[in-house]
Design a protein around this ligand. Structure first.
Ligand code: AMP
Length: 200
């Protein structure tokens, strides 16, 4: 899982940032707005956006805004979901995988770090899997939760509960960093990347 670290490998010299977010668009405007703002922030940072490749929901809003702001956008989608989620045909690259696992692996390998916006079970799964890779030491790529309108507060409370009960060890570094909003999430991820020890 530690392969594929391309340094600040975004097309315009910025980082390649993998975005996890909901495939639903039938959500409060504050979440939709955050997805658009995240895409814009990625473009302004010269970053590449890596994501699940859909054009629906927050995923589509973030991708469209990133494209409009000049970011390179790469989608990675399993074949069976390509039609369901209506794969985005306006992005720079749409990689089609055979399985969900292959998708997550490729998203991880191509990214320098992760930002999780609000989302549903798929977003939880992707975020927790990235956290477990850090816990096991097979990845050191930073993860930032964009805690839009406190969306992640119950999840953070669960993590504190698991830590207090002894099931999660803070020294494993799996607990994500937290930002208030999308712009702060991109800035924080870039600071965390800069603070990482150099790849030998
Ligand atoms: P959601 O947050 O549930 O709207 O899903 C966001 C993204 O996660 C979409 O690209 C889904 O394809 C993906 N996803 C949905 N369910 C799963 C799952 N069980 N495992 C991994 N990814 C999923």
């Amino acid at each position: 899982m530690d392969g594929g670290d391309r340094g600040d490998g975004g097309a315009r010299g910025g980082p390649a940032i993998c975005v996890f977010c909901g495939s639903s668009g039938a959500v409060a405007e504050v979440y939709r707005d955050a997805a658009t703002r995240l895409g814009t922030a990625l473009g302004r940072a010269g970053a590449e956006m890596i994501y699940g490749g859909g054009r629906v929901g927050l995923m589509g809003l973030a991708a469209d805004a990133a494209l409009a702001a000049g970011a390179r956008v790469t989608g990675i989608i399993p074949r069976f979901l390509r039609d369901w989620e209506v794969g985005h045909d306006g992005i720079d690259e749409l990689v089609v995988t055979e399985t969900m696992h292959e998708r997550k692996r490729l998203m991880h390998d191509r990214a320098d770090g992760f930002v999780a916006l609000p989302g549903g079970l798929g977003t939880f799964d992707e975020t927790v899997e990235a956290m477990t890779w850090r816990q096991l030491g097979v990845s050191d790529k930073p993860i930032v939760l964009a805690n839009v309108a406190g969306y992640w507060d119950p999840f953070l409370a669960l993590l504190r509960h698991a830590e207090a009960a002894g099931f999660v060890k803070p020294e494993h570094g799996a607990i994500p960093a937290i930002a208030d909003g999308p712009e702060e999430a991109v800035a924080l991820l870039r600071r965390l990347r800069a603070a990482r020890p150099p790849v030998s």
